[in-house]
Design a protein around this ligand. Structure first.
Ligand code: PLP
Length: 367
């Protein structure tokens, strides 16, 4: 069988290996948190944010953000219907209710026009996702947030390195959250990061991330019901090496996307999800939509790919259909993407020949 073309996977160099060895050898005793501190400073500096707080996963960074904003039962958060379920569950954990709205067919990110229509007196925040590393329409979203006095949480979990009008995504909202999961652009196995410019929100998030421990009346004293969400130092050592290489990692992903674009751009039956003018995607997961004229079922394409050892991924199902989440709106764009959308392999070790092979197989099969 032909070699495996992986859906995702990192670029690991001697730098990562050296940092992890350093973490294992020296990341204890008085330097037990040196990599975590360095990682937080590096991410904050890279994004131009005042604060960054490393967490065990991206999901927990989102939960900490929502908790620190004081979201609670009775509140509504307007949320894209198209994401990994962590986005919605991080709202649900606080007791607040996600209200799912549709996406922009060109970016698969939340559609600002739909946000306006979903606002009620209970709406407290907007949770957007920079889907697959394509920036959401931040000007419109921030304008709506200002007009209706809503908080903004950017789920930038897959989007480290992406930019909107020259500013890094994850640096617009009250909070911006990232993931270092093994399938993301920069990895640490599991890992997350929350960022904010607000001193109070940062202090709250920090407190909640370490069991509400204040030491106020005694050592180990806790004044709040907190969580154990902090990142391990060894994990941070790997994440740090990756974040220091982020521009190089973005360049790798953008090159892979370019190879796909060169081969798929002229094909009417395939719509390539592409950054909008003025934005820079990190193309974490290059994605396509099989247009209506394609009679082949998307899942059959994925099965065929698998038989050729090509590992691709279907688009997300609408979260609003899950039995755990209540449904209020119909979201036809997300419904179409759920059936006809897919993400193509973009592991860091993919070559132009691999992309050629994937595209040839795709074009051949849907014909
Ligand atoms: C959009 C989105 N939100 C949230 C998450 C959750 O991140 P993590 O897996 O680090 O908890 C992910 C990653 O899986 C994601 O892609």
């Amino acid at each position: 069988m032909r070699k495996k073309i992986s859906f995702a996977g990192p670029s690991i160099t001697q730098k990562e290996i050296d940092y992890v060895i350093d973490g294992a050898k020296n990341g204890f005793y008085e330097t037990f948190d040196q990599h975590v501190i360095k990682l937080e400073k590096t991410v904050a500096g890279y994004l131009g944010r005042k604060h960054a707080l490393a967490t065990h996963t991206g999901t927990l960074a989102l939960h900490l953000s929502n908790t620190s904003l004081g979201l609670k039962k009775g509140d509504e958060v307007i949320c894209t219907d198209f994401s990994w379920v962590a986005t919605a569950y991080s709202i649900l954990y606080t007791g607040a209710q996600p209200v799912f709205v549709d996406i922009d067919p060109d970016t698969w990110c939340i559609d600002p026009a739909k946000i306006r229509k979903a606002i009620t007196p209970r709406t407290k925040a907007i949770m957007l996702v920079h889907s697959f590393g394509i920036p959401a329409d931040m000007d419109e979203i921030m304008e709506i947030a200002r007009e209706f006095k809503l908080k903004v949480i950017e789920d930038a979990c897959p989007a480290l390195g992406a930019e909107y009008k020259g500013k890094k995504v994850g640096s617009f909202g009250d909070f911006g959250c990232f993931s270092f999961h093994g399938g993301k652009i920069a990895v640490s196995g599991e890992g997350g990061m929350l960022t904010t410019d607000d001193d109070d929100l940062y202090e709250k998030a920090k407190l909640y991330s370490s069991m509400g421990r204040t030491d106020s009346k005694a050592v180990f004293w806790s004044d709040y019901v907190g969580y154990q969400y902090t990142m391990a130092n060894l994990t941070a050592s790997l994440a740090l090496a990756q974040v220091e290489r982020i521009e190089e990692l973005v360049a790798i992903k953008r090159q892979i996307f370019k190879w796909y674009e060169e081969r798929l751009k002229g094909i009417d039956s395939i719509k390539l999800i592409t950054e909008k003018t003025g934005t820079k995607a990190n193309y974490c997961y290059p994605s396509i939509l099989l247009e209506n004229q394609v009679k082949t079922n998307r899942d059959d394409v994925l099965k065929y790919f698998k038989s050729e050892n090509i590992h691709a991924r279907p688009a997300f199902p609408r979260m609003s259909l899950f039995p755990t989440l209540k449904h209020r709106y119909s979201n036809p764009v997300a419904e179409k993407v759920e059936k006809r959308g897919m993400s193509l392999p973009s592991a860091a070790n993919i070559s132009e020949d691999d992309v050629d092979f994937v595209c040839n197989k795709l074009i051949e099969f849907i014909k």
